[in-house]
Design a protein around this ligand. Structure first.
Ligand SMILES: NC(=O)c1ccc[n+]([C@@H]2O[C@H](COP(=O)([O-])OP(=O)(O)OC[C@H]3O[C@@H](n4cnc5c(N)ncnc54)[C@H](OP(=O)(O)O)[C@@H]3O)[C@@H](O)[C@H]2O)c1
Length: 227
């Protein structure tokens, strides 16, 4: 499948590498490809600059947000949540038309220091804001409740015996994403929470996640729903 990934951060890179490894045609989008390639400093987690990562993944292509959105049959929003609507506007509304848009983003307010708080909460969510702004896109929220390292390779933790949530208003889009999570990434427990309004809950998992990260001192953990 042709997949366009909006975002050059930890999530964009992890998802792009995994999907390219599954033989999908992956194009990663950024605001300014030349500027992204010119970055020499490590990212905020101390990883090498994007150019080095791209050289290590020659099967992944880089372009603008609009190039990625035009390329993809499936799109992934892996941009900073507080800027996702801007990034999607740069991607171009026409390029989102009818596309399944897997939204992995969390919109966070860092203005009052660490840990950040959700920028949208309780009666709305970033996922719903994206859906309202781009009604012809088919938004599915998933994977935003764990580290990027866990998202794409769940079997490295507890042999995959833990949980990922999906929600969205388009059943076909949700089925496509669920298939990718299960058959592509190896998720064994995908729980469908229903319509996209469930993103209000999954986006509010982040404050708990941040506290757990502080308590455990490692990002390699996840939630498991026991029945
Ligand atoms: N990191 C994780 O493990 C993790 C886990 C769960 C969910 N998430 C969520 O996934 C998303 C991506 O996280 P991340 O850590 O990979 O990267 P990030 O640093 O949160 O976001 C990087 C991306 O956001 C774009 N961006 C930043 N400001 C922008 C603006 N003003 N206009 C347009 N685009 C802008 C950047 O564009 P350029 O490429 O042009 O710089 C870049 O592609 C976030 O919403 C985050 O909350 C992250």
């Amino acid at each position: 499948m042709r997949i366009g990934i909006l975002g050059t951060g930890m999530v964009g890179k992890a998802v792009a590498a995994r999907l390219a490894g599954l033989d999908h045609e992956v194009l990663v989008g950024t605001r300014d490809p030349a500027a992204t390639l010119a970055r020499e400093e490590p990212d905020r987690y101390g990883n090498p600059p994007f150019r080095v990562w791209l050289e290590q993944h020659p099967d992944v292509k880089l372009g603008g947000f609009a190039d990625a959105a035009a390329h993809g049959e499936l799109l992934v929003n892996a941009t900073a949540g507080e800027a996702s609507l801007d990034a999607l506007r740069l991607a171009g509304e026409a390029n989102l038309d009818g596309k399944v848009l897997l939204d992995v983003a969390n919109a966070l307010d860092y203005s009052r220091g660490m840990p950040p708080t959700p920028l949208v909460s309780t009666t709305d969510s970033l996922g719903e804001r994206i859906q309202r702004a781009f009604p012809a896109a088919r938004v599915v929220k998933a994977l935003n409740t764990m580290s990027a390292l866990v998202m794409v390779n769940p079997r490295q933790l507890a042999d995959g015996d833990h949980t990922v949530f999906v929600c969205g208003d388009d059943a076909e889009a949700k089925a496509l994403v669920t298939g990718l999570l299960a058959d592509g990434f190896g998720w064994r427990d995908v729980i469908d929470l229903g319509g996209l309004s469930a993103a209000r809950g999954t986006e509010m998992v982040l404050p708990v996640w941040r506290r757990l990260w502080g308590a455990l001192q490692v990002p390699m953990f996840n939630f498991k729903v026991v029945r």
